[in-house]
Ligand binder design. Sequence first.
Ligand code: PEP
Ligand code: MN
Length: 339
Amino acid sequence: MLLFLYPDATEQTGEALLARLREAGLEGHPVADQPRRVIRLRGAPQATEWLESLPGVQHAVQAEKPFHLALKDSETRKTTIRVADHTIGGAEPTIIAGPCAVEGPEDLVSVARTLKRSGAHLLRGGVYKPRSSPYDFQGLGRAGLEMLADAGRTVGLPIVTEAVDERSFEEIEEFAQIVQIGSRNMHNFALLKRVGEGRLPVFLKRGFAATLEELLLAAEYLLERGNPNVMLCERGIRTFSDHSRFTLDLSIVPRLQELSHLPVFVDPSHASGRRGSVAALAKAAIAAGADGVMVEVHAHPDRAMCDGPQSLAPGAFEPLAEQIRLLASVRDGQGEAVR
Ligand code: PEP
Ligand code: MN
């Protein structure tokens, strides 16, 4: 286990902590003092709550490998990413919306117009789709990428789309403002390394069986290769619960905000798999401290080639965008009340 001390912890605090651990029969070893003090604890994992109650300890993490670059080194440090005229990780919550997959130009432009008018900041749309079945629609590839870029230019929204391998990333780099690494590729280390060497900001989704530690280590791959612009996204995990597509693990949001300086997003669409749950979960995500949400919106959800049941119709997106802004302002202490 790793104990991260408060950024202003002195050498004396570290010594006192080591002594306190020894009293409890535990052996701690200092492993870093810059940019903050870190102590590695050997032996069986201890209760996080108890460790975090010890003087000087800010976070206790069950980690075999530290993720220095993804961790906050001061309370106020926050990565912000400028895309067009919006700052991700800044005061205003970021709203990313669009269809699961790009299917053709007309519907895409019509949905993109509504999104822009409602105050979305980025247009999403998959063109390389990681599908569970090889017989399902795999995306339009480069032609879809061109359509997405055209739609973004037409309405004035930057675009985000998913790379599934190094080849698709190289095409995406030509057209998109942000690249997404999807849940199924969070552990694709070759892709992480390549994208880490690229210039595009990265929207990194949590693997649906990945722990917080593994998510931060995946981010560390990107950061370690020199790409500082990384966003983290909770999108639901696999549990025994079968009333929704995945289980939205909202509890990771405040934990990530405590531990990391990277902007934190939530995708309620893939988490729930049901359009009826999307608005409630998106608002819960903002209330829990997310910097933004990613929501699937389709011009005609009942005709969508991919993820129709979880896609909002444009008319349902408009009030949600407004409620997200209101909630964020109340959360951050600038608002009056939430309708
Ligand atoms: C997506 O955003 O289209 C997607 C496939 O998401 P995930 O990787 O979270 O399943
Ligand atoms: Mn989808």
